[in-house]
Design a protein around this ligand. Sequence first.
Ligand code: CAA
Length: 257
Amino acid sequence: QAANKCVRVEREGRVVILTIDRPEALNALNLQVLSELTDAMVPLDSDPGVGCFVLTGSAKAFAAGADIAEMRDRTYPDAFLTNMLAGWEAIAQLRTPKIAAVSGYALGGGCELAMMCDTIYCGQSARFGQPEIKLGVIPGMGGSQRLTRLVGKSKAMDMILTGRMMDADEAKEAGLVARIYPDDELLGAAKEAAAQIASYSKTTALVAREAVDRALETSLSEGLLFERRIFQSLFGTDDQKEGMSAFIEKRKADFKR
Ligand code: CAA
């Protein structure tokens, strides 16, 4: 079993698509999935030839949560000493833009993994939830923090305290997902958006997402200062000269990134 890969990695131009593939467990997130994802993504993060990641699962499940069988017998001292689940934060910390393309279940750690991405696109079949309370635990990969920031306190409390699922329309209305597609169009649309993001200056895209992320971390005045300083710093890049020159010369920009 351990020899079988749980994540497929494909490269299309400047886009890398990572597909979680554990159909026997609805893509439940075990340590092997984490290590395969980080082994693939961390080196590519600093590759100037990679401009965007797309993270996806199967038609039935993006991921139905952390692997319950793997977790059941763990103890508090062991969970504390190994800093259980902390390793997943490495995915959130990647600097390259990443899109979650969600079909089917995105529950517990699956919903949390999607929320670690910069944006979520979903198919009509998507179901989001934080059902940990049904198992006697709470979200452990960021759900109580990221869901609250994305959808607000009242809805986050509703989801986390009842353990119910949201469908695609409710998730879009709540601001959890940016776009909904028919299921069979989802991956193509996510790859197209990823290719568009990857066609720009990677430096610019990296700092753009850092600036947006600061909005969730800091005060308005500090965030505005951070944005203005980064904006100013981009005038030190060749890609700013190229982007603005291309506009004025009515041609397509050729970013060196
Ligand atoms: N961990 C381990 N195995 C899982 C799993 C999970 N999170 N979710 C599903 N599976 C397994 C099932 O055990 C089952 O395996 P067997 O065929 O060997 O019995 C297989 O996947 C198919 O699942 P079901 O038969 O249950 O499929 P279903 O269509 O009847 O139900 C479902 C689908 C509603 C998603 C249901 O599987 C379910 O409720 N899964 C658990 C969801 C959950 O509680 N997620 C949170 C996990 S805790 C967490 O994530 C903590 C955190 O914050 C990090």
